[in-house]
Design a protein around this ligand. Structure first.
Ligand SMILES: Cc1ncc(COP(=O)(O)O)c(C=O)c1O
Length: 365
């Protein structure tokens, strides 16, 4: 029995909406997973049943994201934030450099951690412009001494997204893709490492996906704690210690849903359609609504905007809440409004928001 009529319009930035049919299937399987007499949460991570779920999630990720064979796919814990630390801990040393391209608070946090292990350098930054845009590729200079170049592919807080990536040549490129992983097809081979917390596009919080070229992982430092070495997890198929089993099951179910919906090409088309519904309202509003991000850097995942004056903006957020729209308040560091339209946010939900925005403008301008 579907509970769709009790669902809100969920625009949360993360954790965020999950496909209703995935939630309903999980509910059906919650107490007695496929006749096993127990929940996945009660099952050994060494059991055949769990290993099947685990391996299926990895192979679906490989298939849907077209991940080359010379890459590892890891399920870790600690969120993307632990990756900010693990990357420099594994690859930097006190006198080694790495380039960080600053496109927001999450890049700043990654850079800060790298300072503990080596010599990160700010390669390009759009901070002066309140992170309204992605730097142009000409402003990024690749230094062959760099151990790696780090970027944030989608900036959740500001609503900006890279559409073209820098060609870093021999220097490994690492991307935090927490808020746009698998939102569109991607040439994974351009990156030596991609990482993302699952809780926006791929499933519930608690699972961090790391995709990394094996050759790059082989260059890691060895004098670090066992659990913080990528090789520990690669050598044990991400089963070195107890993984977040239920989260990985959910991630696998979200991947099955993506596959059923036509894979990443179809998902990308839907994401564009959804975001454009809202951007069109902003662009046709004669500045009643104004976008935070520069048009050429706009994200298809997080749409950031302001309402013409502050009082009206408060009223917009409060009326939206009353009408069942959740998660529209912008991040505290930029204020305003933000609609996150990740993979699992339905087209109807975006349509409802665009209609609400038009009606609100008509009533108040
Ligand atoms: C782009 C980006 N990177 C990193 C993080 C931090 O992720 P986590 O909470 O999984 O550590 C976030 C969280 O929203 C994010 O949006």
């Amino acid at each position: 029995m579907s509970q769709s009529n009790q669902r809100t319009y969920n625009f949360n930035a993360g954790p965020s909406a999950l496909p209703l049919e995935v939630l309903e299937k999980a509910q059906l399987e919650l107490v007695n997973f496929q006749g096993s007499g127990m929940s996945i949460m009660e099952m050994s991570h060494r059991s055949e049943t769990y290993e099947e779920i685990h391996n299926e999630a990895i192979s679906l990720l490989r298939k849907l994201f077209a991940i080359p064979n010379d890459y590892e796919v890891l399920f870790l814990q600690g969120g993307a934030s632990l990756q900010f630390t693990m990357i420099p801990m594994n690859f930097l040393q006190i006198d080694k450099k790495a380039s960080y391209i600053m496109t927001g608070v999450w890049s700043e946090k990654a850079y800060k951690e790298a300072k503990l292990f080596g010599e990160p350098v700010v390669n390009a930054s759009t901070k002066e412009n309140q992170y309204r845009n992605i730097p142009s590729l000409e402003d990024i200079h690749i230094d062959l001494d760099d151990t790696y170049v780090h970027i944030t592919s989608n900036n959740t807080i500001y609503g900006t997204q890279w559409t073209e990536f820098p060609d870093t040549g021999e220097v490994p490129l690492i991307a935090d893709m927490s808020s746009d992983i698998m939102s569109k097809p991607l040439d994974v081979s351009k990156f030596d490492m991609i990482y993302a917390g699952a809780q926006k596009n791929l499933g519930p919080s608690g699972v961090t996906v790391v995709i990394a070229r094996k050759e790059f992982l082989a260059k890691a430092n060895t004098d670090i704690p066992t659990i913080l070495k990528y090789s520990t997890h690669a050598d044990s198929n991400s089963l070195y210690n107890t993984p977040p089993t239920f989260g990985i099951y959910m991630l696998g179910e979200v991947l099955k849903w993506i596959e059923k919906n036509g894979g990443l090409t179809a998902i990308a088309k839907q994401n564009e359609e959804k975001a454009n519904l809202i951007y069109d309202v902003i662009d046709n509003s004669k500045d009643f609504y104004t976008g935070h991000a520069s048009k050429e850097s706009r994200s298809l995942m997080n749409i950031t905007f302001r309402v013409t004056d502050e009082e009206l903006e408060k009223q917009f957020l409060s009326e939206a809440k009353e009408a069942g729209f959740i998660g529209l308040t912008g991040h505290r560091s930029v204020g305003g409004c933000r609609a996150s339209t990740y993979n699992s946010v339905p087209l109807d939900t975006c349509n409802a928001l665009s209609e609400f925005m038009i009606a609100f403008q008509t009533k108040h301008q």
